[in-house]
Design a protein around this ligand. Sequence first.
Ligand SMILES: [Zn+2]
Length: 219
Amino acid sequence: MNPRCVKCGQGVEKLYIQYSPGNIRLLKCSNCKSVADEYIECEVMILIIDLILHKPPAYRHLLFNLLRDKVQNFDALLFKLSIIFLALDAYKLWILNGISVEQSIMIMGLKTFGCALLGNVVFFCVLLVLPRRFLTFVDDFSGYRDVLLVVIVSSYLKLYMLSMLVWELPASVVYIIDLFVMSSNMVALRAITESPFRRCFGLCFGVHALKFFVNWLLK
Ligand SMILES: [Zn+2]
């Protein structure tokens, strides 16, 4: 798969020309005439900051030019990320539901993990079917695995919940993190599609509301 310009999303043949180790020249996109991927020369911290700021070029660099091309074993990475995603969701439910003195920790843990698993099965079943019907994906980026990777990777803000292991933050922080995750999912979906903003927003809001409803029913 060809890399893509991070500004306009157009496919390009090459992102840079390497003259010698450490000596490269970034190439311009023939469509928008800007440098196709300036993140190649940026520090990782710049990329992380731009991702947190929800800048679409940062998402395009991560999804089009970094993960899909550089990762050797795509399925193994997807599996590991899915497990981390599920564990963080279970931890979120654990925080929200609190600890009951009537049940053992083991039973509570299994119940919480089961709720997280079921909520995510519904979440991803809807999320993997609806976008193919309502969104127009860019070429070479419309498979189930691609959408799954995009949603999981763009949910990186869930990691912030681990800070609650150290600091005593109110449980409402979880909802704020969820809102950021939803908006991040929306920007990522917008980056890999040519669909209007309102469709990506409607889809993300709908599936997140559905997951919240399922978790509430199972509580
Ligand atoms: Zn371009």
